[in-house]
Design a binder for this molecule. Structure first.
Ligand code: AMP
Ligand code: MG
Length: 330
């Protein structure tokens, strides 16, 4: 008989060994996940003693948890929530001021395609909750009143806003929090790591003997990789119309809004941005998504060391000139 007992046992042993090899962390690699910012945050640390790596990751998670409470719209005592309730000028945390400054810079450079004041529009569409809906045109029009980079005035940590506008940091805060997590890892002596918050990612140093290789998901073919990027000390962030959406009357309504119309932006299916910081990559990915290929690449060109990969709404793929240096395939 072919499948005699010793052969089956050897085969079983082999399968178990292969399984162990596959799932057991590689030597010198510490991998931890935590639910944060409404997503699974994964940290991988290499080249560091296990105890030190574990302490570093724990400290990074603690800092990210603190910042989520400070910056998330869902927390009543967060800075954006307090800012949106404030009647006059308000003093915000240093971190909030930094995000607002960067967000306003992207808002200005994108000529308003990126906007930190979409809190009311967001609430109207309800894409963060269980009951998303297409609002009435006059409701949308009302939610756009007062928008634009001038709606916020940031002077150090003093912030003033136009009363009509509600602050929403959803397009930039996650990236900023990833950067702060990476800084904590660095402060603990970590030199090689990947920190991934549901697609907002920073790659620190090398992965063993070469840069990290990161596969970018195709926005429509879920099992297909659009491109593989080779990254070292770089952030990579994707904004896509497949992340949060609902369909009505054959139309897809997603969470990336054109502040000029109040409706979901129609130019792209997905935008991936590479940048020196995750906060910048996060903000630019959202802004380029709204702008589309031509104006989007113009925006990318104004920020040094950034690159973008766009899947336009017709499915065509476009890489900015700076992208080629990062391409590892396909
Ligand atoms: P992201 O996934 O980083 O592209 O951010 C999406 C989130 O940013 C949305 O859920 C909204 O809270 C917010 N948002 C949507 N459209 C814009 C926009 N044009 N400018 C700034 N924030 C936006
Ligand atoms: Mg973003």
């Amino acid at each position: 008989m072919l499948w005699n007992r010793p052969r089956v046992l050897v085969l079983l042993g082999l399968i178990v060994a292969l399984g162990w090899w596959q799932w057991h962390p590689q030597p010198g690699e510490v991998r931890r996940t935590r639910l944060l910012m409404g997503t699974t945050v994964e940290v991988v640390v290499l080249g560091t003693a296990t105890d030190q790596a574990e302490a570093a990751i724990e400290a990074a998670f603690a800092e990210m948890t603190r910042l989520e409470r400070l910056l998330g719209s869902g927390y009543a005592e967060s800075d954006p929530a307090k800012l949106s309730r404030s009647q006059t000028e308000m003093v915000v945390a240093e971190e909030t001021a930094q995000i607002l400054e960067l967000g306003l810079q992207v808002a200005r450079e994108s000529r308003g395609a990126f906007d930190l004041g979409l809190g009311r529009l967001n609430a109207l569409w309800g894409l963060d909750g269980p009951d998303p809906r297409v609002p009435k045109p006059d409701q949308i029009k009302a939610a756009l009143v007062g928008l634009g980079p001038e709606a916020l005035d940031v002077d150090g940590v003093r912030v003033r806003r136009r009363q009509e506008v509600a602050i929403d940091l959803g397009a930039i805060a996650k990236g900023y929090i990833v950067d702060r997590g990476v800084q904590v890892l660095r402060d603990h002596g970590v030199t090689q790591a990947a920190l991934n918050a549901g697609g907002d990612m920073f790659l620190l140093g090398h992965h063993r003997d070469r840069p990290w290789h990161i596969g970018i998901k195709h926005p429509r073919k879920t099992t297909e990789v659009l491109a593989t990027l080779s990254l070292q000390n770089r952030a990579v962030v994707t904004s896509g119309d497949y992340e949060r959406f609902f369909e009505e009357g054959g139309e897809r309504y997603h969470h990336l809004f054109d502040p000029k119309t109040g409706y979901p932006a129609r130019a792209c299916q997905s935008v991936t941005v590479v940048a020196p910081s995750t906060a910048l990559a996060d903000a630019l990915a959202t802004a380029v998504f709204v702008l589309g290929v031509e104006q989007g690449f113009e925006l990318i060109g104004r920020f040094p060391e950034t690159a973008a990969l766009i899947v336009a709404s017709d499915g065509s793929q476009h890489g900015s000139p700076g992208l080629e240096q990062y391409r590892a395939g396909p």
